[in-house]
Design a protein around this ligand. Structure first.
Ligand code: FES
Length: 371
């Protein structure tokens, strides 16, 4: 039953009609106020998905497009886009009197969230019983139709074979053959806009980054990432993957839970010239932030140093070196050995209260205590 209206004056119609969509304060809560074809509309500011700010969106016809992940709601009725009408945000009666825009806060329509099938990756990470599992991630780029020898892939192959010999299951993920989009910076819009599973993965069924997520978060006990050095850094594909893994790190920083538990990471780094320690440092830092553990001596690497441009010799050395192959094999064994012991020990994550100084943990409470 309709209640007694409670009309709130939100401003001058002339001024408010200059914006097709904007947030407007209504008592303490903002609403999304729109103006199109001479008519105002008022709906809740909070999107049904994960609370994106609809008033900061833009119009597509009579639909507000949420600025976070593009869900659409009718600007007057609050209903979802065609096919999803029942997924609706509250809408408010609006009128214009004496040039002033008035919104009735007493009679919003009801919010209704349709249940959405959770993405398969959203399931709770729980180790399935079975042998230890090692994922190898190749990050080198090459012409897939005319492949060349890759030193980092070659050593990764040795690592995976050694794992199989130990009775482990292995999975090779070659980023060069996956079609996946670059991170589109949802984190820059808001911490809450960078979701797990990744917004892109949820929106784009053709995006193949889900294979990396599935392996790292759910399937593998240990992962070995192999990269060439390109101008003193890991490969471009490595960084493309890492940017998309931001959602896993954000999950660690923002929630009480942690996606990566009792898992181990190791690295293979091969370069024509140098900066192995710089590349290793950056890889170790990132995987540490995800929550991975490392074995003793967590990477194997090779480079001929600053004064060598003869890459054909570098390639030959890596291809022929028994020591490097054995080193990669031993790295796989160390990773699996530690993973096995962690699984047995079932290490608990660090409690939130003890995470001061870790990435993204606010320390304001401390400062307030002191004042
Ligand atoms: S589409 Fe609105 S919060 Fe995701």
């Amino acid at each position: 039953m309709a209640r007694e209206p409670d009309w709130i004056d939100v401003g001058a119609g002339e001024e408010l009609s200059k914006h097709s969509c904007r947030p407007v304060k209504l008592k303490s809560n903002p609403i999304a106020l729109t103006f199109k074809d001479g008519k105002f509309g008022a709906v809740s500011h909070a999107c049904n998905h994960v609370g994106g700010p609809l008033g900061e969106g833009h119009l597509d016809g009579d639909y507000i497009i949420c600025p976070w992940h593009n869900w659409k709601f009718h600007r007057v009725t609050g209903k979802g886009e065609p096919g999803y009408e029942e997924d609706c945000v509250p809408s408010f009666p609006v009128k214009v009197e004496k040039g002033r825009v008035l919104v009735d806060v007493a009679n919003p329509t009801k919010r209704n969230k349709l249940p959405h099938e959770p993405h398969p990756l959203a399931r709770k990470p729980e180790r399935a019983p079975g042998p230890l599992r090692l994922a190898g991630i190749s990050t080198t780029a090459m012409d897939a139709a005319h492949p060349r020898f890759s030193g980092s892939d070659h050593l990764l192959g040795h690592a995976l074979k050694a794992a199989q010999k130990k009775g482990a299951e292995t999975r090779l993920i070659t980023l060069n053959t996956l079609k996946f989009r670059t991170c589109e910076g949802y984190f820059s819009k808001s911490l809450r806009a960078c979701t797990w599973p990744c917004s892109i993965t949820q929106m784009d069924p053709k995006d193949e980054m889900d294979q990396v997520y599935e392996a790292l978060v759910h399937w593998a006990d240990a992962v070995i990432v192999a990269t060439p050095i390109r101008w003193g850094a890991a490969s471009a594909l490595y960084f493309k993957m890492v940017e998309r893994l931001n959602c896993v790190q954000v999950d660690v920083a923002s929630k009480e839970d942690q996606l990566i538990r009792n898992k181990v990471a190791g690295f293979i780094i091969v370069g024509g010239q140098d900066n192995i320690q710089g590349v290793a440092g950056s890889m170790l830092a990132f995987f540490a932030e995800l929550g991975f553990f490392f074995p003793q001596f967590p990477y194997v690497a090779h480079s001929r140093g600053w004064s060598h441009e003869d890459m054909e010799n570098n390639v030959r050395i890596v291809r022929e070196s028994k020591a490097l192959a054995q080193g990669a094999e031993a790295l796989a064994e160390r990773c699996l050995d530690l993973a096995g012991r962690l699984i047995k020990a079932h290490i608990q994550m660090v409690p939130v209260a003890e995470r001061g100084g870790m990435k993204g943990r606010p320390i304001m409470a401390d400062l307030m205590d002191r004042d």
